[in-house]
Design a protein around this ligand. Sequence first.
Ligand code: GNR
Ligand code: NI
Length: 173
Amino acid sequence: MAKRKILIFPNASLRRKAERVVKITDRTRKLAEDMLETMYDAPGIGLAGPQVGVMQRIFVMDCSPKDGDADPRVFIDPELVWESDEVEKREEGCLSFPGQFADVFRPAKVVATFLDIDGDPKEEEFEGIHARCVQHEIDHLNGKLFIDHVSLVKRQLIKRKLAKEMQERRERK
Ligand code: GNR
Ligand code: NI
């Protein structure tokens, strides 16, 4: 396994739409392993291809409680096929926006179809933090980011704070 570099906003790759995987190869399996390692190291609960500069429709996720067993999951060519009318507010962060958080409203439950790492088609309902993460990651595959779901004022604030934070990091080096 190998850790990959996580791209930080405003990297242009984060705004591009990723392409379908369709054929799962050894490279896909290696990518998934690398993405899981990168996500755990960060640490985060999800990571999408575009965040490591791979413009493919793949994401990894582990929303298991910290004191429980790990639950590494790989989603390929995921599609949201249902979302609840009920929405829920949750605080979101993103590994491409280190240190930034905002309340985001999204459907409380969703159903997604996807291929697992063996290429087997799956359909699954998600709720709670899992539903939140699945939606956040599928957004990444479409070049959409959590700041697109917040007010203009909050969005500008996050962009400014992130730029400042990254500048300070550069100066510390
Ligand atoms: O680690 C992450 N935490 C998180 C918290 C609330 C809602 C979504 C997320 S996903 C994020 C990792 C990430 O940036 N995935 O793209
Ligand atoms: Ni993210």
